[in-house]
Design a protein. Structure first.
Length: 314
C-alpha cells in the first residue's frame, strides 16, 4: 500500500522507549516460556542442539525501526514491522540437523515466513548462512506481548560453524562503525568462510558414513544370532565348525581395517574363536546374553591371542 504522506514522520523516541521499557519484562518471560516449549520438541525428534534466545534491546530496536521507516519512505510503501523483537537461535552440530529441526518446528508452530540467508549466492560465493523462520506466537504467550510490532517470534537455525562465522562477522563488519577491509582482506574472509563451509560438509559425510557402518554391523550381528539358533540343536563339533566359519574375520568387519594375519596366525585365531563358541550352543536354545558373549569373542581383537607379524626383512 503506497504511503500517502510526503514527509517522513519520526516517532517520538521518549514515548516509544517508555512503552518498550514497560513491555520488555513480559517479552523476557515470553522468551523463557517459548524456549521451554521448543527444547522438548527438538530433543524428542532426536536432536541435541544448543538453544539461545534474546529480546532486542531498545537502542537496537529503535535504530532498526528508523531504518525500516526510511526505507519505506524512499520506496513509497508501507513501513515494515520489526520482526525479531523476540528471537531464539537453534545451533546444531550437523547440516542434516537443520532440515530435521525445521520440519519439527513447522509441525508444531504456524510458520509465517521462511528466509534462507545465503541461498541466493552462486557456488563461487561464500558468506553468512542461516535459516530464519518467523512463527506465530503461541496463543498462551500472546498476553505477554501486547505491544509487539508483529505477532511473531524469529527462530534462526545454524550449524556450530555457521554460528561461529556469524558471531565473528557480526563483530568485524556489522557492528563496526568503520571497517578498514580492503579487497585482499575480503578475499581472506571469503576463504575462511569457504573452509568452514567445507568442514560442515565433511562432518556431515563422516556422520552418514558412520551411520551406514553401524547399520551394517547391526545386520551382521542379527545374522550371527540367527546362525546360532539354527545350529543350536546340532552336535557340538558340527555347530562349532559352522559358527567359526560364519564369524567375521579381522579386517573384514564393517568399516574395514588391516589385512588379517595369514598362515599360522590364522590357525591360532580360528582355534581361539572355536573355543569361545561351545558355551553358546551347549544348551538346546542359547540365550541372547550367551549369543552376545559369543559374538564379542569372535569379533573383538582384544579377546584374541596376540599374533606376531612376520617381518619382510631377512
Amino acid at each position: 500500500m503506497p504511503m500517502e504522506q510526503s514527509v517522513l514522520v519520526i516517532p517520538d523516541k521518549a514515548k516509544v522507549q517508555a512503552t518498550y521499557a514497560e513491555s520488555k519484562p513480559r517479552y523476557d518471560e515470553a522468551l523463557t516460556r517459548f524456549l521451554a516449549i521448543v527444547e522438548p520438541i527438538l530433543t524428542a525428534g532426536g536432536l541435541s542442539p544448543t538453544l539461545k534466545g534474546r529480546v532486542k534491546e531498545f537502542p537496537s530496536y529503535y535504530a532498526k525501526k528508523l531504518r525500516l521507516l526510511k526505507q519505506a519512505w524512499t520506496d513509497k510503501t508501507a513501513p515494515l514491522p520489526v520482526n525479531d523483537i523476540v528471537a531464539i537461535r537453534v545451533v546444531c552440530p550437523f547440516l542434516g540437523d537443520l532440515a530435521i529441526a525445521e520440519k519439527l518446528l513447522s509441525e508444531h508452530f504456524e510458520v509465517v515466513e521462511v528466509e534462507r540467508k545465503g541461498a541466493e549466492r552462486s557456488f563461487r560465493e561464500f558468506g553468512y548462512e542461516s535459516i530464519h523462520l518467523l512463527v506465530r506466537i503461541p496463543e498462551e504467550l500472546m498476553p505477554l506481548c501486547p505491544h509487539i510490532d508483529r505477532n511473531v517470534i524469529e527462530i534462526q537455525l545454524r550449524t556450530i560453524l555457521q554460528e561461529a562465522w556469524a558471531e565473528v562477522e557480526h563483530e568485524l563488519v556489522y557492528k563496526a562503525e568503520f571497517t578498514p577491509v580492503d579487497e585482499p582482506m575480503r578475499r581472506k574472509l571469503a576463504a575462511l568462510n569457504a573452509n568452514l563451509t567445507l568442514s560442515d560438509i565433511i562432518f556431515q559425510e563422516i556422520l552418514e558414513f558412520e551411520k551406514r557402518l553401524n547399520l551394517e554391523l547391526g545386520q551382521r550381528r542379527q545374522a550371527f544370532y540367527r546362525k546360532i539358533e539354527e545350529v543350536a540343536d546340532e552336535p557340538e563339533d558340527a555347530a562349532v565348525e559352522a559358527l567359526a566359519a560364519d564369524a567375521p574375520d579381522d579386517g573384514k568387519t564393517a568399516g574395514g581395517g588391516a589385512e588379517a594375519v595369514k598362515d599360522g596366525a590364522a590357525g591360532d585365531r580360528t582355534a581361539h574363536e572355536a573355543s569361545a563358541l561351545p558355551m553358546a550352543i551347549r544348551a538346546p536354545r542359547c540365550s541372547r546374553a550367551m549369543a552376545d558373549s559369543a559374538w564379542t569373542a569372535c569379533c573383538s581383537p582384544r579377546s584374541r591371542p596376540t599374533t606376531r607379524r612376520i617381518s619382510s626383512r631377512r
